[in-house]
Design a protein. Structure first.
Lengths: 734, 95
């Protein structure tokens, strides 16, 4: 069924306008509640050719692909974001209605496929009723039919009730798909429109009638549609909504009507629809009895999995496995990638004669590609676990268990896994914010994730603590160095929590929305779907964030290696080894030659910013290290090593450590004191020293504004705190 | 009586939802219209959120939000009897 076309599959993901979609190919939209297996069905229908783009104006992903019907006709299938209702308060929620109506920049669909969870029909029917009221060509895919138990809903009765075709399918098992495709094909020809009568109160109908006069003409082609849209306006448009592209006349008329009315309009609309569903629900079943079996089993499982003691114990275990894997299981793969790139660089260096071009190739380009690919193991692993957790239904339980804690940060339970992943690496963690539905929640989580102590900070901490703090013990048994390491983790966690609280109340305020968490029945996870998600996430990262990271690596290489006019073509340029770190990233842009770095643009920049760094206790050499660290934090160690003319410092920090200790000022006192070390530690804990993080945020927010803000607030805060610590420390005589 | 005040396992009926219009609209659209039977299935280990059974589907909301939902007791016979007599609507979880 699913086709693999090359023409469209090869095209880059569309961003913004849907204009390229205006082809002859009929457009089919998949609409449905969250957790109804919509995406699984989408994958079944489109096979391997899905593309990920964005909806215009909002950072909600738009998944589209083509599907071949029986008559060999190709249709374009778009998977709409899951929603419980068409009524909307925000631009994000508005996508569903705008897409099904073909308003704004959306191309009008030729068919909507409503995906329903057969085991939870009552709630699903609410959205189906809304769609049917709009009179759009509709097909119902009664999904998860395999879970509906011995008494599944009657397909014929649903067809009767809504006046549209209904097909029982199981997207997970792949049953009923060809019948669905056949029904879609017929529906595209017949263009049958649903008909149903809902008994709204007469006064409400009169209101709807009044409002219909203010609808744009193209939206009142039929009286039914005009009524449905008037009801939508009544339950969506408000003084303080965040909808976009609403006709001013319609907005004005709606607000006037709402103000004037003393009745509870929301209740009238919603209760009438549920009354309709309640009245007809018995007709949809063969017999009226027990609960579906699945729910029963899940309920029993939840008694253990959500138990105050056992539930938490299992939760901790599951999370430990996930995060342990991010830290250690990814390590061999990361080392392998690092090794491969060192091999590649050495190989190229041996083949080509020494030249700027060779250096560009080995130290700019190859390093850059390595810097991108090195994130893959952690991204793949994290999304492997996210896939399993989401699919099995446990992710909703994680949110349920952790909501109380995350709420105090102005976030909700779903932010837990991305936040914790930040301890390993901010890049996969930022990609993982995808699992949250609201743009505001995603943004807030993304903004604070890089404050978590990621593993790239470890080598820097190790160097600074080892070099500048005595290996003595407090109270005779607590090692100072170890304590300081623990303190850095605690410090960063506190800063993260405080920042989330402050940012959530200021910059990304957002409306308070009720937490609505559905605990779906436990299911066996689908490896196919999980693999597909891993693939999608990685390719999107490589394509969109990867290019930014590559460009930054090359730019940094230029910064730290030029000008080199005074340098004769050095015969033996050191290939700085990739520094193996706990999960470390591959070698970033490596400056060419130890002696040249001081004269490079980066070196000059280090001198130039020295006055600004002095109050923090840093000199220009640290400044150059900070510039190099922008490639990735641990590069600080190697860059500083190069400033001091010590190679391979990443592999063996001892020479560099001793060199830092020995460094003296003009007056003969040590240049680097423990106080300066503390200031530097704090700076590294908070400042945004990671271009890859910024690239990931740029990709996820589709703007330069948020990465710019992130860089400014993190680095600003780092400067402020380091400044305070250093100056106060000096006053106290340290 | 408020939904935030009932005991685990208790079945009640929604009377009225207060709060800002976006809150109540969202809750009603998920099936919590007045007259609907709701069972409090469990409270999360940290005391929040609470898991409800509404129209055969699990729905978790925070206590603060449950606090705007006014509910009334239903007698034992009413609680046993599934509201609209259909699969998935019974408050009985097969305990």
């Amino acid at each position: 069924m699913a086709s693999t076309t090359t023409d469209r599959a090869a095209s880059p993901p569309e961003q913004g306008s849907e204009a390229p979609q205006a082809s002859a190919r009929p457009l089919v939209l998949l609409v449905g509640n969250p957790n109804t297996g919509k995406t699984t069905l989408f994958n079944r229908l489109t096979g391997q050719n899905a593309r990920i783009g964005n909806y215009p104006g909002v950072t909600v992903e738009r998944r589209s692909g083509s599907s071949r019907l029986d008559g060999n006709q190709l249709v374009e299938v778009v998977d709409l974001p899951g929603t419980y209702s068409l009524s909307a308060r925000s631009a994000e929620e508005q996508i569903a209605l705008w897409a099904v109506l073909g308003q704004g920049q959306y191309q009008p669909p030729d068919l909507c496929v409503f995906v329903a969870d057969a085991s939870q029909l009552a709630r699903n029917l609410y959205l189906a009723v809304q769609l049917a009221e709009l009179g759009l060509p509709l097909v119902i895919a009664l999904n998860m039919i395999d879970e509906a138990g011995e008494n599944p809903p009657n397909v014929g009765a649903i067809e009767q009730l809504l006046g549209v075709p209904c097909v029982a399918v199981s997207a997970r098992r792949g049953t009923g798909i060809s019948a669905l495709l056949a029904a879609m094909e017929r529906a595209l020809i017949e263009r049958r429109r649903p008909r149903l009568q809902i008994a709204y109160p007469p006064a409400l109908l009169a209101d709807a009638e009044t409002l219909a006069g203010s609808l744009p003409t193209e939206l009142r082609s039929t009286p039914e549609q005009a009524r449905a849209l008037s009801l939508w306006a009544l339950t969506s448009i408000e003084e303080d909504d965040e909808l976009t592209d609403i006709d001013p006349a319609l907005r004005k008329a709606t607000l006037k009507l709402r103000r004037k009315s003393s009745r509870d309009l929301d209740h009238e609309v919603i209760a009438a629809r549920y009354a309709f569903i309640d009245e007809h629900l018995p007709e949809l079943y063969r017999k009226l009895d027990r609960h579906p079996k699945k729910r029963h089993l899940s309920e029993r499982a939840d008694r253990v999995l959500l138990h105050p003691v056992w539930g938490f114990a299992l939760f901790v275990l599951v999370m430990l496995i996930v995060f342990q894997s991010l830290f250690s299981w990814s390590d061999p793969a990361i080392s392998l990638i690092e090794g491969a790139f060192i091999w590649l660089r050495t190989g190229i260096a041996a083949l080509l004669p020494a030249s700027i071009f060779r250096d560009f190739l080995t130290q700019g380009l190859v390093s850059g590609v390595g810097n991108v690919l090195v994130f893959l193991p952690q991204i793949l692993l994290l999304f492997f676990f996210i896939g399993l957790l989401e699919d099995s239904g446990y992710m909703a339980r994680v949110a349920y268990l952790m909501d109380r804690i995350m709420r105090s940060l102005g976030l909700h339970g779903r932010a837990f896994v991305p936040m914790m992943s930040g301890f390993a690496c901010a890049v996969p963690a930022i990609l993982a914010t995808r699992t949250m539905e609201r743009q505001r929640d995603r943004l807030l989580t993304m903004l604070v994730i890089p404050l978590m102590t990621c593993s790239a900070r470890l080598p820097v901490y190790t160097l600074i603590i080892g070099a500048l703090f005595p290996p003595s013990r407090v109270f005779g048994f607590l090692p100072v160095q170890g304590l300081l390491m623990v303190a850095m983790y605690l410090f960063a966690t506190v800063i993260t929590l405080v920042s989330a609280g402050v940012l959530g109340r200021t910059v990304v305020k957002g409306r308070k929305v009720p937490l609505i968490l559905e605990l779906p029945p436990y299911r066996l996870p689908s490896f196919r779907g999980t693999l597909k998600m891993m693939w999608e996430r990685s390719t999107v990262f490589l394509k969109e964030a990867g290019t930014v990271i590559l460009a930054c690596t090359v730019a940094l290489w230029v910064l730290l290696s030029f000008p080199r006019a005074l340098q004769p073509e050095a015969p033996n340029l050191p290939i700085a080894a990739a520094h193996a770190t706990p999960t470390g990233h591959a070698a970033a842009a490596q400056p060419t030659k130890p002696s040249s770095i001081a004269d490079s643009y980066g070196g000059q920049l280090g001198h130039a910013i020295e006055p600004a760094l002095r109050p923090l206790g840093f000199d220009w050499k640290i400044g150059v290290g900070l510039i190099g660290a922008f490639a990735a934090r641990e590069v600080f160690v190697a860059t500083l090593g190069l400033v001091y003319g010590i190679d391979e410092s990443g592999d063996n920090p001892a020479p560099l450590r001793d060199r830092l200790r020995a460094e003296t000022r003009a007056d003969g006192k040590p240049a680097y004191t423990p106080l300066m070390g503390l200031s530097l530690l704090i700076f590294f804990a908070i400042s945004c020293q990671c271009m890859s993080t910024l690239a990931a945020v740029k990709r996820e927010t589709k703007s330069y504004r948020w990465p710019a803000f992130m860089f400014a607030y993190m680095t600003g805060l780092a400067y402020l705190l380091s400044f305070t610590v250093f100056q106060v420390g000096r006053l106290l005589g340290f | 009586m408020l939904l935030s005040e009932i005991q685990t396992g208790q079945v009640v009926q929604v009377v009225r939802i207060a709060g800002p219009s976006s809150f109540r609209r969202r809750l009603m659209e998920l099936g919590l219209v007045p007259g609907t039977r709701v069972e409090l299935v469990r409270v999360a280990p940290l005391g929040d959120p609470v898991e409800l059974l509404v129209r055969g589907a699990s729905l978790s909301i925070r206590k603060a939000e449950a606090g705007v939902i006014e509910v009334a007791r239903v007698n034992a016979a009413q609680a046993e009897q599934a509201l609209p007599k259909a699969v998935g609507l019974s408050p009985d979880l097969g305990v």
